[in-house]
Design a protein around this ligand. Structure first.
Ligand code: CA
Length: 222
């Protein structure tokens, strides 16, 4: 899952990025409203965290622009204490939730998970055939075999499990699992797909991760 954080306070932005990366999210940071809008228009995010008080263009103006352009990613607003009007206006403009600063990281995480569940994300434990992934314990299971995953393996498997039977290009996978520092010339997607195959497909007669030649990969049953 890839998240955009639009926040001009560098310390707050870095705190959020570090915490989310530890939770296997890919995170891009924009430091002002205009940059945030540009990022949101050019990349596909699963959630956008948008501070209201931003230099140049306010978070509310950015939000309005994104909604007008049909950007569908859920938006979590960060608001200053006591700015009730901002919250109301933000929700009226189509924000999905807000969080008052300062906040505990756990609270942010809980809100983000709730937002992701609200969309297409309904089940806490992701399942496909005899493969499952528990976002709480962060462990994967294939049949009776329990598997430990690294942060990026987890992120990749989560994305596959949220899009079963859908052919996913390397580019689309990279966009959702890696952040903007990802180098599209590398074969990192293939490398991580191989890691997952070794852990989850190799010992089983029925393979679930399939290569689509010239395109990418699909999670499916034969
Ligand atoms: Ca700010």
């Amino acid at each position: 899952m890839r998240i955009l954080v639009v926040e001009d306070e560098k310390k707050v932005a870095a705190f959020i990025k570090r915490g989310l990366e530890q939770e296997s999210y890919a995170v891009d940071i924009a430091h002002d409203g205009k940059e945030g809008e540009l990022y949101a228009e050019t990349n596909e995010y699963d959630v956008i965290i948008l501070d209201i008080m931003l230099p140049g263009k306010s978070g509310l103006e950015v939000l309005k622009g994104l909604k007008e352009k049909g950007i569908k990613a859920p938006v979590l607003l960060l608001t200053a204490r006591d700015s009730v009007e901002d919250k109301v206006e933000g929700l009226n403009l189509g924000a999905d939730d807000y969080l008052t600063k300062p906040f505990a990281f756990e609270e942010l995480l809980a809100r983000l998970r709730a937002l992701m569940r609200r969309g297409t994300y309904t089940t806490p434990v992701l399942k496909f055939a005899d493969l499952s992934l528990d976002p709480v314990t962060r462990k994967a299971r294939r049949g009776d075999k329990e598997v430990e995953l690294t942060v990026k393996e987890y992120a990749l498997l989560e994305y596959l499990l949220r899009n079963p039977n859908r052919v996913l290009s390397r580019t689309v996978i990279a966009e959702h699992v890696w952040d903007q520092t990802f180098d599209s010339e590398t074969n990192v997607v293939d490398v991580y797909i191989n890691h997952l195959r070794n852990k989850l497909d190799k010992d089983f007669p029925k393979k679930l991760i399939h290569t689509v030649r010239g395109v990418g990969y699909v999670l499916k049953e034969d």
